[in-house]
Design a protein around this ligand. Structure first.
Ligand code: NAP
Length: 261
């Protein structure tokens, strides 16, 4: 797919990896809807940088934490009121934590499900319905017209470390990615990116991330641009669907390490 002139919705696009995804999409010629929940100023800043690149951008608010399904469908409706169309959906927003099973109260579990799983699922649903009914795509039955990329984690495929609810909701999103690739073919491709150590958790420690790199075969943390490069590959390719690409410096294939992260 030629990305020039496409419109992308990036959830959690105001900060960190999401912001880099927005800028990389703009550099590739896309207009971008920058979704945010709490980071309004950062989202407006990202919008400003996209406009400097010469593309159109909009900041749109939605908090997924109370009810991911309702928030997702409201968000998609608001996006369609602002942007002329949507071609690309990047489900990047997520929460991360270290809660063990004992720490996983019903409230903790509900929050992870709402943000990490329900919201992306119902955004995929709204997007698929939109593609099926929008005049520019409804009559195209046998070729790729739209793309979904879900940002996962290498723990999605091997949930051997990290918080329980985090790993399980990312694993479910990986399963959804593979399932939807079948269900939404041939018009929408659905793929995932499974990052490794890229940035410390918000407010976290760079040094801890660098130390964790000792177990990364490539011996360094990745960068948000490493993630963006893989996303752009998946968006440009029209013959890749149902795949999950690790961007983990090889960490996703390490078979055993201490339960410390
Ligand atoms: N950082 C890493 O090294 C790493 C490693 C593996 C996988 N990943 C995955 O890569 C993606 C981006 O990682 P990151 O570290 O850049 O993420 P992050 O900064 O922790 O959060 C990403 C986004 O999630 C949004 N978000 C948080 N709570 C929300 C809510 N209640 N409703 C809606 N959106 C909400 C945030 O938006 P606001 O700021 O506007 O609230 C933020 O922009 C995530 O899916 C993460 O799981 C990251």
């Amino acid at each position: 797919m030629d990305l020039v002139g496409r419109v992308a919705l990036v959830t959690g696009g105001g900060v960190r990896i999401g912001a880099q995804l927005c800028l990389a999409l703009a550099e590739a010629g896309c207009d971008v809807v920058v979704h945010y929940a709490h980071s309004r100023d950062a989202a407006e800043h990202t919008v400003g940088r996209i406009r400097e690149i010469g593309r159109t951008a909009w900041a749109v608010h939605a908090d997924f934490s109370r009810d991911g399904a309702i928030a997702a469908s409201r968000l998609f409706g608001e996006v369609l009121r602002r942007a002329p169309k949507v071609d690309l959906l990047i489900n990047n927003a997520a929460i991360f934590g270290h809660e063990t099973l004992v720490g996983t109260t019903a409230e903790v579990w509900r929050r992870y499900c709402a943000i990490n799983l329900e919201a992306p699922l119902f955004l995929c649903r709204a997007f698929a319905e939109y593609v099926a009914t929008h005049p520019s795509t409804a009559n195209v039955h046998d070729s790729v017209v739209a793309k979904i990329v879900n940002i996962l984690d290498w723990r999605a495929l091997r949930p051997i470390s990290g918080g329980t609810a985090y790993a399980v909701t990312k694993a479910a999103l990986a399963a959804l990615t593979i399932r939807l690739a079948q269900e939404l073919a041939p018009r929408i491709t659905v793929n995932g990116i499974a990052p490794g150590a890229i940035l410390p958790p918000p407010g976290g420690d760079e040094e801890e991330l660098r130390q964790r790199a000792h177990r990364v075969p490539l011996r360094r943390p990745g960068t948000p641009q490493d993630v963006a490069d893989a996303v752009l590959f998946l968006l440009r390719s029209d013959f890749v669907t149902g795949e999950i690409i690790h961007v983990s410096g090889g960490e996703g294939n390490v078979t055993a390490f201490p339960e410390t992260d």
